[in-house]
Ligand binder design. Sequence first.
Ligand code: 13P
Length: 251
Amino acid sequence: MRKKIIAGNWKMNVLPSETATLVKEVAEATKACGNVEVVCCVPAIDVAAAIEAAKGTQVGIGAENAHWEAKGAFTGEISCPMLVDAGVKYVIIGHSERRQYFGETDETVNKRARAVIAAGMTAIVCVGETLEEREAGKLVEVIERQMNVGLKGVTAADCDKLVIAYEPVWAIGTGKTATPDQAQEVHALIRATLAKLVGAETADKVRIQYGGSMKPGNAAELLAKPDIDGGLIGGAALKAGDFAGIVAAGN
Ligand code: 13P
């Protein structure tokens, strides 16, 4: 049995001064959901306040990106040792917004993911096709490439520090959700691709989240699918009640 993991991705939305309140509201609202791992991934500048507010609660705090080098002349970047030192346990890597707007490639995803895992944090590695790619019949090719290049060198032993998030780009922030069957089909493909990299037994233990307009109203049917082990939540993670509704659906 894979433990469900529901993670919020706050993106660039919450001020440092608003962070403690939202984390505490999430902690309170998800208190009774003991069978679900609850995570808030927050902007780097919110990390300190989020860690402080989450102390003694069931909420884990994550970051939204990390650089692969431990230190050095990389103005504006945040390293894994910095995140570990601050108390961060999870890092989102390769979100489609980073790929789309900030030049992230499968190769840089690979470097970041390996650095996060080597630092002892859990990498939430995002994959997903654009509408154009799906309509051109390239879904399988794109997912396999993102997995094979993005996870190159990740071993079976690393996989307890790996979560994969399937986020169809056309479903992010659009209100358009993949149907449970559409999502399940890709989640099964992701698990089969992972099995070729690290073996079926290990692949069977790795959690695969769905992301893209997940809400309290559609979470239960998505989370009921055999290979959907959680959610990566954007908009609905900014309201504790909505986020908790999704966590409850996974419980
Ligand atoms: P929405 O839930 O706002 O569609 O965002 C999904 C997402 O990108 C999570 O990483």
